[in-house]
Design a protein around this ligand. Structure first.
Ligand code: FAD
Length: 312
């Protein structure tokens, strides 16, 4: 069984989650080749894990990477193409799969090999069930971070430099700027009061109401994953299964439906206030106080009332 690993870098260093793919290859007892684009130093690092590396010096935009990976798939004809669960991988992996007519499995949390067949396990329906998937032919697979451990150092493998032709016609996008994500650290775990906002806040401007109420109450701002994915607030504020587990005295959930992936992170709260326009929202099942209505009308009133109480 042959595996092609796309090892991602931050421009210089290897991303930790990508390194875990090397352990996945070892667990499958497959013959792995790592592909690294752009950083020769990263290529040398990966070779120290005993896996042969193909290094290519090109741009690292997603159009170019899709082309490079597609060419490598043509040349090496792997049974599996492995990528770590990153934003970039989510962009390029489906494109390679579509372009090359290959199977695609995302968010894989387990791989089981029997008789040269691999069964991929991934959560579905918000993690309430697990799917076991088999792919005909080559599979493009995104592996969830933390599924495999970091690899052990081994005897140095080779690094082969390769030139891949990138026709100008395949590059449709251009990176015009790169901005460093300066997320502030936030101690949600120890906060006594948390005001959290979800998709129901509607937009970044409205989300400021959540921040304002948290400020008035001397609390900390929490958020659901959609609010973070929409860029309304930094990911350090995420509460839930893939965020922080919190246990404040007071948790105010604003425009949050109450999906298990969120509530599993906040059911330790002593007192829960939920504001939602849908009276059947699951969040009300665990709320001590349920406020049914438009959060963007209710929050300004709450903020004003709290200010009055504090001024007394
Ligand atoms: C593996 C995995 C891990 C995940 N981890 C997390 C995690 O750690 N944390 C997390 O939060 N999510 C996580 N999720 C996502 C989770 O499944 C839900 O999609 C998410 O929690 C829903 O967020 P939400 O409540 O903001 O959005 P929605 O479910 O879309 O709910 C929005 C709510 O707002 C209400 N609403 C809309 N407009 C208004 C208004 N004007 N006034 C009042 N109410 C309004 C709606 O009635 C609705 O109930 C994860 C998912 C997966 C698959």
């Amino acid at each position: 069984m042959k595996a092609l690993l796309f090892i991602e870098t931050d421009g210089e260093k290897v991303l930790g989650a990508s390194c875990e793919l090397i352990s996945a290859v070892k667990a499958l007892d497959a013959q792995g080749t790592a592909l690294i684009v752009g950083s020769r130093a990263a290529a040398d690092t990966v070779a120290t894990f005993g896996i042969p590396v193909i290094f290519t010096e090109t741009a690292t935009d997603s159009d170019t990477l899709t082309q490079v990976l597609s060419e490598m798939v043509k040349e090496l004809n792997p049974d599996i193409v492995l990528l770590a669960n990153t934003t970039l991988a989510k962009d390029i992996a489906p494109r390679i799969s579509g372009r090359m007519d290959l199977g695609f499995v995302s968010d894989v949390i387990g791989m089981n090999k029997t008789d040269d067949k691999v069964i991929y396990t991934r959560p579905a329906y918000g993690g309430t069930i697990l799917e076991h998937i088999e792919v005909e032919g080559t599979a493009v697979v995104i592996v969830r971070n933390g599924t495999f451990s970091k690899p052990e150092a081994a005897s140095n493998a080779s690094v082969t430099e390769k030139k891949v032709e990138i026709p100008a016609s395949v590059v449709k996008t251009k990176i015009v700027d790169t901005v460093i994500d300066n997320c502030e650290s936030v101690n949600l775990e120890e906060a006594q009061v948390i005001v959290s906002g979800g998709r129901g806040m509607g937009n970044a401007e409205n989300f400021k109401l959540v921040e304002e109420l948290a400020g008035v109450l001397g609390g900390v701002v929490g958020a659901t994953r959609p609010a973070i994915e929409d860029g309304w607030i930094c990911r350090t504020h995420q509460v839930g299964q893939s965020g922080k587990i919190v246990a404040p005295k007071l948790y105010i959930a604003c425009g949050i439906s109450g999906a298990t992936q969120h509530t599993s992170g906040m059911t330790g709260a002593k007192y829960i206030v939920a504001i939602n326009k849908d009276e059947e929202a699951p969040i009300f099942e665990i709320a001590d106080i349920s406020i049914i209505g438009n959060v963007n009308e209710i929050l300004p009133v709450l903020i004003e009332e709290m200010k009055k109480v504090k001024a007394k």
